[in-house]
Design a protein around this ligand. Structure first.
Ligand code: ATP
Ligand code: MG
Length: 565
């Protein structure tokens, strides 16, 4: 039993200025956490209890899926990060520190290198595979914009797991086991999280799912199909291209003057053509090498998709000088006559009679047939997808929703094992790189995401499985020995059944206790007052209900247990 009179707990009427979203406000107001500095939060006793419950669920499900817990140092030597090249590619998002001998270290933002290093030293034979190991450990990231409390911190708690397999099929099985564990974890903590297809980003690898919590404040866009369940991060979402809206034949390409017209919309208006018949051309450098990307004029080029298709390093829009060298002046470029590789969006395959830039200031070409007049290296999925586009699986219209990622699974393949020489000997004695996967859950982010999803105007509504305590017992007359004794008896009976109780035994007015109980949001509220007990018993209700039931003391524990089921 937790007694308020002995707990470090202060509730606040007002949320701090920097709290923009409801969960951040409530976590502070309900005394679950406090800010030490931007992106750095201290968990207070009640918040800590909720965190511990989430961690326990994560551990149980990881163990059940066959993963084994370990604990790695947060402080990691620069050398292992140099072996995979991430000492450079992680950029300023990684905290780097020096010891007194001037040796460099990293405050781990993630731990692929350290786990791969361990596999390299411990695993030498196919007989030792598969293995999945995990840890719950603090991670550090110098986020560009730490905000929303625990949602985007500079320091946060992550569950990170890594699987090691002998082959691809094994890696797929390990991935599936973690994916299924994630589904169970989020269901058990009371969070609606949807797995969506994701890009593999800086971590690299073959495929990936993000577990997304839908929220207006989410920083990710997700294309979601209500009809068939398909969901994908905007960075990688695909679409079923509608019937080609283009002519399939064209007369000879012809330059036309388009003075001062640069954006596709401007050119379309000027020439009296629909904007999707003007082709948008973009020069992009991938690992320093320029390529041209083409999409219909009303679309954007997805750099993420381009990088995934072409591979080979960092991707960026080329600067004006490069564009002028390989094509023409920015705003007037097109694929006809260029010698760099040209990739066109799939929807442009077969397109004829389109408008493209003429690589000459103030001119465009009309009646262009891409197949006839340009050299297209490949037709690939390049365009960003938007709401209303057709689902690639079932063809129904896609919706766009905002979301926050609470977990992610990656199939890594051999990217890290090959870079670090983590090999094993197969049945025939051949050395082979271990096939890996990695799997993260933002544990502290999950804690706050639960609150973001479950609250009302009065405060938090904790799901029972992760609530700091399950029952708020409000002792209205702490000075009355008889009422106090009855409340204590009930609390002990509940604790004996494994139901944890938070006793509000402060010398405060009932109104204050009611307000605080709603704000803190434990799932069941029990009022022990002289008046109520004289009338027949405890007043019991769920946090979500308005009316209490009066239950005689001897029946109260059963009634409360039933409400918590
Ligand atoms: P995001 O896209 O939200 O920045 P990420 O893709 O960079 O997240 P991962 O590298 O996949 O994150 O890390 C695994 C998990 O750690 C994420 O699913 C997320 O829940 C959590 N996480 C990542 N960054 C933060 C952060 N700054 N604060 C709190 N949790 C975080
Ligand atoms: Mg991620």
């Amino acid at each position: 039993m937790l007694r308020w009179s002995q707990t470090l707990l202060n509730t606040l009427r007002e949320a701090p200025q920097d709290a923009e979203i409801v969960s951040h406000k409530l976590m502070i107001r309900a005394g679950m956490m406090r800010k030490l500095a931007g992106g750095l939060y201290t968990y207070l006793p009640l918040g800590m209890r909720a965190l511990r419950k989430i961690e326990a669920i994560v551990r149980e499900e990881m163990d059940r899926a066959g993963a084994q817990e370990t604990l790695f140092p947060i402080l990691q030597p620069a050398e292992i990060w140099k072996q995979t090249g991430r000492w450079e590619t992680m950029g300023p998002g990684m905290f780097r520190v020096r010891d007194r001998k001037e040796a460099w270290y990293v405050l781990a933002p993630t731990a692929e290198e350290a786990f791969t290093q361990l596999a390299k030293s411990e695993i030498s034979s196919y007989r030792q595979l598969p293995r999945t190991i995990y840890q719950l450990q603090d991670k550090f990231r110098d986020e560009i914009r730490p905000r929303f409390g625990l949602i985007r911190g500079k320091e946060f708690i992550m569950k990170d797991a890594y699987s090691f397999d002998a082959d691809d099929a094994g890696a797929d099985r390990s991935y599936k086991a973690m994916y299924d564990a994630y589904v169970r974890i989020f269901a058990r903590v009371g969070l609606k999280a949807k797995p969506v297809e994701a890009d593999t980003g800086d971590i690299g690898g073959n495929f990936s799912h993000e577990f997304m919590v839908f929220a207006a404040s989410g920083e990710d866009g997700i294309l979601d199909c209500q009809a068939c369940g398909y969901a994908a991060n905007q960075e990688r979402a695909e679409r079923k291209a509608a019937r080609v809206p283009y002519q399939t034949e064209a007369g000879a390409a012809e330059p036309v003057a388009t003075p001062g017209q640069h954006a596709c919309e401007e050119v379309a208006r000027f020439l009296g053509r629909p904007v999707d018949q003007v082709v948008k051309s973009l020069v992009v450098t991938i690992g320093g090498k320029p390529v041209m990307a083409l999409v219909p004029g009303d679309r954007e080029v997805s750099l993420t998709k381009l990088r995934r298709i072409i591979g080979g390093g960092a991707v960026a829009e080329a600067d004006a000088e490069t564009v002028a060298q390989v094509a023409g002046p920015v705003g007037s470029i097109g694929p006809v006559g260029v010698t760099i590789p040209v990739y066109a969006d799939r929807s442009l395959e077969g397109a004829a009679d389109v408008v493209v830039g003429a690589n000459r200031e103030g001119f465009h070409l009309t009646h262009v047939s891409l197949a006839r007049d340009a050299k297209i290296a490949a037709y690939v999925d390049l365009a960003t997808v938007r709401a209303g586009d057709c689902c690639p699986k079932c063809g129904k219209p896609l919706e766009i929703r905002r979301g926050t990622e609470v977990g992610q699974c990656f199939k890594l393949g051999t990217k890290y094992s090959a870079a670090m020489g983590a090999n094993f000997l197969d049945e025939t004695g051949q050395p082979k790189p271990i096939v890996m996967g990695c799997y993260g859950i933002g544990v502290s982010r999950t804690l706050q995401a639960v609150v973001e999803q479950s609250n009302d105007a009065d405060g938090i509504i904790w799901p029972a499985a992760v609530s700091p305590c399950q029952v708020a017992l409000l002792l209205l007359d702490p000075g009355d020995p008889e009422v106090t004794a009855k409340a204590e008896t009930l609390a002990n009976a509940l604790e004996a059944r494994g139901i944890d109780v938070f006793l509000d035994d402060r010398e405060e007015r009932p109104g204050v206790k009611f307000k605080d109980a709603d704000l803190i949001g434990l799932p069941v509220r029990v009022v022990a007052g002289a008046k109520g007990l004289a009338k027949g018993g405890f007043e019991i209700r769920r946090r979500t209900e308005k009316e209490s039931a009066i239950v005689p003391p001897e029946a109260a524990a059963d009634a409360i247990a039933a409400l918590l089921k």
